[in-house]
Structures are given as structure tokens and as C-alpha cells.
Design a protein around this ligand. Structure first.
Ligand code: NOJ
Length: 527
């Protein structure tokens, strides 16, 4: 018998996103830090995930909470220093976990020395590291592009008499990836962290990094209405997803593979990419010239919660993948509303089963494992720059960034002082310690699902076949050459008659599964 090839860790494994500002504060400033994360690693191990992705930890004025990087190879003092980072990385590796950092290539902070130099004069050697343009012929911004956070994408610089481009805040100037020196400098950044031992990167807004030559106006979006973000007034045809960006992704991948080959331990790249399936799939590259391992798939965040919709979404996504493309699924993040806020606690349990039983690498966001739901942020505590600039349309991201509640002590064990964002209001009962002792808790469901996934190769690596089911039920089989599992998800709050057979392995509901029925809000895995 020939031995099966061992699948790489990033195919079998589960990624856990930590938002460093809100995981654990160790120095009493109300903001999480690296030493805090190290202190809480036992939680991550007990949960049963395989890799940690840390949102940015680099020096930053925090205008966009770390996505405005002022030094790509340092550590933000609020979070610690390089020694604290090395300790954390060693502790993560000692527990058999992997660590992914967040690489933010599209833009830096306006406090980055590169931008300060670029801005200093038109003849600065770094002028071309950013995107500078003269005003439009009649005056005003060079084109109609709109920033993702609202307003023009162009900021006037009176001192040098030109505009610079920023896809996000004016304090996040876009870097010019058409400039070879900038490109080389950023490749050195990746090497710096690979040399320190990180296992890969999540790459921020990867599909944004190259803009169309000539900077044409973006077309108007006929579907725009005032209830959605200003950005959506236009279709980002020329400001994103340019063909040249794929060559850069391939270059990142070649570097990751070089490190993988050198150390025998595969390094993984995840691209943050919001695009329709056909254009999304291109970010895998080809077998001969691959790009990112996992172009993040956010469709579970964006979909309505309905069995028929989900079935179509899964089928279409699976059909869009290139033969060498491994799927992945995301259901929560620091940018998206909490899943439990969207669908309620009972369905959030079904969502947990969905996320951890679909074919492909799941990413689980901190706090979802205890089912944090809606958190209303009082107006005077709103911090999210996107929300502050476009209030009233419900896009606030703070509600998903609230601190982890660990126990019933003051400030939920997160910090010795009032945290930078409020806790979830139900923290005295919804926290890690309380749920750890409650067999019916979300936390124990997540642990059970993760254990089952690790035990059942068919769940980790098997095929998926969608199965016909009564209205309201999403059903699929996960199979390999040894085992066949059936996943039945009741997306409604009514019991549904369904004649399932076999051995129930796990239900999202308490008590024994009922033959001939899927109980209300029940997800069930049957062998
Ligand atoms: C995507 C990140 O997830 C988000 O938090 C950030 O604001 C933007 N990229 C800009 O970096």
C-alpha cells in the first residue's frame, strides 16, 4: 500500500484570529498586548485550533487600530517589543501552534518615515514610493475615486502642490507597488518576519495593491442608495483587482515557498480579497505559478441565513475553485458583525457546526467561541474611524472588537482598568470561565466540534457532496475512502421531519437526537 501524502497543516488546520487590542491586557493600560496573549495561550490550546492570526502588532498611531503601520519591522510599544514577540512566538510554537502575522502592503501610516520622506519634496528619492498626482485639469482631485472610509481618495498636500492617494484614511497613504524599490523594501519586510520564524501572513486588502495605469474615473454604481457606504457609489473597477497585482502575489508566494523549502515547514499566505467567485479564484494563481494559498472567502459573512441560499453559495463557490485551489471559510472578523448578533444564539451554534464541517480551512474569530452577540457601543465610546466618518448606517466595527471576557472578576479579567472598548453587557455570565464549567455552553460546543474535526479525517480533508433535504435544512456529506459523515443543519426554529439513519456523533442541542426529526435550531452530525 502506498502511503498517503501528508496534507499540509494549513489544509487540515483551523485558524483562530486574535485581535491583539482586545485579547488580554497585561500591563494595566486597558489595551491588550503580546504578554497578555502569551498568558492566555492555554485557552487557544484547549479550544483545539491549529494556528493564530494576529491582527497588526506593528508601531502605529492607531488611526485605524494598527492597519496604519509606521514601521513594518517593529512592535508597537503598547503591545510590547521584539523580545516580547520572540517570547510569544516561542510559546506558540512550543504548544504546537503556528503564528500568522498581518501584512499591510497597500498603505502605510502617514507617520511612516517612508511617507515623511516622500512628502518632503517632489524630488525626494521616495516620492514615487507613494502615489502622487497633479490636480485634475480644471482643479480638484485627479479622479472620482472614493475612499473606503468615505470622501475622496485624494488628499491635497499644499507644501508640494500635489494630491496623494489613500484608499482608506488620509493618514493611510497608498504605497506605489509599481515602484521596484518599494517592492524590494516590502519583500525585505516579509523576509524579516520569516527569518524570525513566523509561519505565514494574512495579507490586508491584497486586491487593492495595484491601480490602473492612467487613473481613470471609476464607473458609477447604479445600485447605490444612501443606506450603504459612500464607497459603493462607484464600482471599484480601476482602483482594485488589477492584473499586475497577481504577479506580486506570485512573488510573495515564491518567497513563502522558498522559506518552506529551506526549513521543511510550509509557510502560508492568506489574501484578504472581496470579489465575485470568478475573479476571486484567480488569486490562487496556477499550479505552476501559485499565488496565495487561501484567498479569504467571506461569503458566510455576507449571505442571508437561509438553507437554500447557503446551498447555492456553497455549490457555486466549490464550482469556482481551480483544481489545485483549497477552499476556506470565514464567519466572523474584526470588521464584520458578530455571527451571534446576526442569527441569534441558537443559530450561532448551527453556524459553528457549518463553519467547522464545510470542506476547507475555517477561520474562527476570537469571542465567537463564547457566542458574543450584539454589543451596543454608546456614542461617546465609538472608536472605529469608519463609523465615526459615516455614522448612522450601522457599519460600526467596534461592536466586534470588544475585549474578551475571561471571568467574573472586575473588567472580566481582561484588564485591571476600564478597557478601551466596553465589554459585552452579558459578560458576568458570558465569559470563558463560566462557559468552561457549563456542558451546554457555546465554548464546549466549539471544543467538541474541533475535537471531532481532528478525529475525523473526512471532516478535515474529505470531499463534500450537497444532499437534498426538506426546506429549511442544509445537508451535506463529507466523505473519504474510509468514512461517510452526514451533516444536517436546521436553519429554522421549528422542528423538521427528516428520516436520518446512523450513529449521531454530535448535536448542537442538548439531549439525545430524535429519530425522524431535526429539532428546532439543531445541527447534527451522523456517521
Ligand atoms: C482591512 C482590515 O481588516 C480593516 O480592519 C482595515 O480597516 C482595512 N483593511 C484597511 O487596512
Amino acid at each position: 500500500m502506498t502511503a498517503r501524502p501528508v496534507a499540509p497543516w494549513w489544509k487540515r488546520g483551523v485558524i483562530y484570529q486574535i485581535y491583539p487590542r482586545s485579547f488580554q491586557d497585561s500591563n494595566g493600560d486597558g489595551v491588550g498586548d503580546l504578554a497578555g496573549i502569551e498568558r492566555r495561550l492555554d485557552h487557544v490550546v484547549a479550544l483545539g485550533v491549529d494556528a493564530i492570526w494576529l491582527s497588526p502588532i506593528f508601531p502605529s498611531p492607531m488611526a485605524d487600530f494598527g492597519y496604519d503601520v509606521a514601521d513594518y519591522t517593529g512592535i508597537e510599544p503598547m503591545f510590547g517589543d521584539l523580545a516580547a514577540f520572540d517570547r510569544l512566538l516561542a510559546a506558540i510554537h512550543a504548544r504546537g501552534l503556528k503564528l500568522l502575522l498581518d501584512f499591510v502592503p497597500n498603505h502605510s501610516s502617514d507617520r511612516h518615515p517612508w511617507f515623511i520622506e516622500s512628502r518632503s519634496s517632489r524630488s525626494s528619492p521616495k516620492r514615487d514610493w507613494y502615489i502622487w498626482r497633479d490636480p485634475a485639469p480644471g482643479g480638484g482631485p485627479p479622479n472620482n475615486w472614493i475612499s473606503d472610509f468615505g470622501g475622496s481618495s485624494w488628499e491635497w498636500d499644499a507644501a508640494t502642490g500635489q494630491y496623494y492617494l489613500h484608499a482608506f484614511l488620509a493618514s493611510q497613504p497608498d504605497l506605489n507597488w509599481r515602484n521596484p524599490q518599494l517592492r524590494a523594501a516590502m519583500m525585505r519586510v516579509l523576509r524579516f518576519w520569516f527569518d524570525r520564524g513566523v509561519d505565514g501572513f494574512r495579507i490586508d486588502v491584497l486586491w487593492h495593491i495595484v491601480k490602473a495605469e492612467g487613473f481613470p474615473d471609476n464607473p458609477v454604481n447604479p445600485a447605490w442608495h444612501p443606506g450603504i457606504t459612500e464607497r459603493d457609489r462607484l464600482i471599484q473597477l480601476h482602483s482594485t483587482d488589477q492584473i499586475e497585482a497577481h504577479a506580486i502575489a506570485a512573488e510573495f508566494r515564491a518567497l513563502a515557498d522558498e522559506y518552506g523549502a529551506k526549513t521543511g515547514d510550509e509557510r502560508v499566505l492568506i489574501g484578504e480579497i472581496f470579489l465575485p467567485n470568478d475573479r476571486h479564484a484567480r488569486w490562487y494563481g496556477t499550479l505552476e505559478r501559485p499565488q496565495v494559498h487561501l484567498p479569504f472567502n467571506f461569503q458566510l459573512i455576507e449571505t442571508g441565513w437561509d438553507a437554500a441560499l447557503l446551498r447555492r453559495l456553497i455549490a457555486d463557490y466549490e464550482a469556482s475553485l481551480p483544481a489545485h485551489g483549497w477552499p476556506n471559510w470565514v464567519i466572523g472578523s474584526h470588521d464584520a458583525p458578530r455571527i451571534a448578533a446576526r442569527v441569534g444564539e441558537a443559530q450561532a451554534r448551527v453556524a459553528a457546526m457549518l463553519l467547522l464541517t464545510l470542506r476547507g480551512t475555517p477561520t474562527l474569530y476570537q469571542g465567537d467561541e463564547i457566542g458574543i452577540g450584539e454589543v451596543v457601543i454608546p456614542p461617546d465610546r465609538v472608536r472605529d474611524p469608519q463609523d465615526l466618518r459615516q455614522p448612522g448606517i450601522g457599519i460600526g466595527r467596534d461592536r466586534s472588537r470588544t475585549p474578551m471576557p475571561w471571568d467574573t472578576t472586575r473588567f472580566a479579567g481582561f484588564s485591571a482598568v476600564e478597557p478601551w472598548l466596553p465589554l459585552n453587557p452579558d459578560w458576568p455570565t458570558r465569559n470563558v470561565t463560566v462557559q468552561d464549567g457549563d456542558p451546554g455552553s457555546m465554548l464546549l460546543l466549539y471544543r467538541a466540534l474541533l475535537r471531532l474535526r481532528r478525529r475525523e479525517a473526512a471532516l478535515e480533508l474529505g470531499d463534500i457532496v450537497l444532499v437534498d433535504a426538506p426546506d429549511g435544512v442544509l445537508a451535506y456529506r463529507r466523505t473519504d475512502d474510509r468514512r461517510q459523515l452526514l451533516v444536517l443543519l436546521n436553519l429554522t426554529s421549528q422542528a423538521i421531519g427528516l428520516d436520518w439513519h446512523g450513529v449521531p456523533l454530535l448535536s448542537t442541542r442538548d439531549g439525545a437526537p430524535v429519530p425522524g426529526t431535526l429539532r428546532a435550531d439543531e445541527g447534527l452530525i451522523v456517521a
